[in-house]
Design a protein around this ligand. Structure first.
Ligand code: DCP
Length: 209
């Protein structure tokens, strides 16, 4: 069951669902969602001379990204074809019996701005800011202002609480994240040394040769 505004407010009042700061309840709480605002940090992807990024190589992933801070009152210009990571200004905590989904706002979608290219699920138990996958599918640059409402979160009540919610106990890699976080897929157990699923890196696969 997707929560309506009154249900969302009730869960926020109970305290297990957290959206912080929620400065303007009347504007941010929508009929069946809560609008979240853009934070000031962005991760941009630079052009690189290495043949490719191996997702499991944290060094390659980290070298590929560059953090930019844009204070409220300034704009981040998202150019056509750009893909950057942004963050919500709000920190959220999702209770064990709710799954939340990050959605774009129609008003930005109409300007060809997408806020989650692929991933939009916030697990039961997740706590932290939400990394936004921002892209511009149009042909005109669009100015994004930290503090503006860019995304919305919907909440679906689960039939029963998650038995093993997202969090430290299961070693969840994005738990407690602040600001946009680059991929940590290299922490996946299948990439652990000795695992059958371990992918190769440029050091051992002769990439580029
Ligand atoms: N656009 C999004 C989507 C999700 N998340 C956060 C909340 C999720 O609970 C957490 C993990 O998301 P996924 O399960 O989609 O990602 P992975 O499967 O890659 O991570 P894990 O292996 O930790 O489950 O990341 C986020 O910050 N930004």
């Amino acid at each position: 069951m997707i929560l309506a505004d009154t249900d969302i407010l009730a869960r926020l009042a109970e305290g297990d669902l957290v959206i912080d700061p929620l400065d303007d309840v009347d504007t941010q709480v929508q009929p069946a969602s809560v609008d979240l605002r853009l934070g000031s940090e962005f991760l941009e992807f630079r052009r690189t001379n290495i043949p490719c990024i191996h997702p499991n190589d944290a060094r390659e992933v980290d070298e590929y990204v560059e953090e930019t801070h844009v204070p409220e009152g300034d704009d981040f210009i998202l150019h056509p074809g750009d893909f950057v990571l942004g963050t919500t200004k709000e920190t959220v905590a999702i209770p064990d019996d709710i799954v939340a989904h990050v959605e774009g706002r129609s008003s930005l979608g109409r300007l060809a701005v997408v806020v989650h290219a692929t991933a939009g699920l916030c697990d039961p138990g997740y706590e932290g800011q939400i990394t936004l996958e921002l892209s511009n599918l149009g042909n005109a640059p669009v100015a994004l202002s930290p503090g503006m409402r860019v995304s919305q979160l919907t909440f679906t009540e689960l039939k029963s609480p998650a038995d093993r919610p997202y969090g430290a106990e299961r070693g969840s890699k994005y738990q407690g994240q602040t600001g946009p976080q680059a991929s940590r897929i290299g922490d996946d157990p299948e990439f652990a040394p000795g695992s059958d699923g371990a992918a190769t890196t440029d050091a051992d696969d002769g990439a580029g040769s």
